[in-house]
Write a protein that binds this ligand. Structure first.
Ligand code: HEC
Ligand code: HEC
Length: 180
């Protein structure tokens, strides 16, 4: 990702103001482009769906769906479950999580593209809850019943209580710290 043609790099002491305005803006546009790509690559990956498929979380998804809880990676449930979730945001687990139609559309498209397809996540869990899937129960069978009830945990849906990097879509087993 090196810009050989960037005048700035080859003549580092040349003051930026001496570039004509038009050229300067083209120059910074190009740099913003590079910057955005670097940011995208640096975005932490969501837990793979079992196929080793890793999905970076869409910034808008994090913005809209992490206000009340973890931004759950779409890879953890099948498209049909997500479709029902996105189609009933005004009646969302006892709360109103509605969004405008355009935002719902954008998020739904992204979720649908990244929804779980691997056998483990293919089944639609009861209540469209990740926490009601068979794999969730299996992966968490070593968590003591009393731990789920701790004030710092409260709900199995509160992934971030134990998965310290859940807000970045990272559920790696090495990033877990169980509260006491
Ligand atoms: C106004 C608060 C609020 C917002 C905003 C919100 N949710 Fe929720 N969501 C909840 C509550 C409350 C629960 C139930 C949590 C629990 O059982 O502990 C929940 C649960 C869920 C669950 C099930 C979790 C489980 O048990 O596996 C999913 C999936 C979910 N939300 C997806 C979304 C998505 C997608 C968005 C964005 C479009 C969103 N939520 C935005 C409040 C919200
Ligand atoms: C009370 C603490 C706690 C909460 C809350 C919790 N987890 Fe976990 N999670 C664990 C433990 C402990 C493991 C097992 C790690 C191991 O196998 O070494 C685990 C394992 C996992 C794994 C498998 C990781 C791997 O690398 O194999 C995933 C995926 C996962 N959790 C997702 C979630 C999601 C999604 C939520 C929220 C909906 C959640 N967890 C809530 C403690 C928790």
């Amino acid at each position: 990702m090196r810009h050989r043609s960037t005048p700035h790099r080859s003549t580092p002491h040349r003051p930026a103001q001496r570039l004509p305005t038009r050229q300067l803006s083209a120059f910074s546009m190009r740099h913003w482009g590079t910057f955005a790509i670097v940011l995208a690559l640096a975005t932490p990956m969501a837990w793979a769906d079992g196929n080793g498929r890793m999905v970076p979380l869409l910034p808008q998804y994090k913005q809209e769906c992490a206000a009340c809880h973890t931004a759950y990676p779409p890879t953890l449930m099948p498209a049909a479950s997500w479709k029902r979730i996105m189609g009933s945001l005004d009646r969302h687990f006892g709360t109103d999580a509605s969004l405008d139609a355009a935002t719902v559309q954008t998020l739904s498209t992204w979720i649908n593209t990244n929804a779980g397809t691997y056998k483990r996540v293919r089944e639609e869990p009861p209540q469209d809850r990740i926490t009601r899937t068979a794999w969730f129960a299996r992966k968490h069978d070593e968590v003591a019943p009393s731990t789920w009830k701790l004030p710092a945990v409260k709900s199995p849906a509160n992934c971030g209580a134990c998965h310290t990097t859940a807000d970045q879509g990272d559920f790696n087993e090495h990033q877990i710290r169980i509260p006491r």
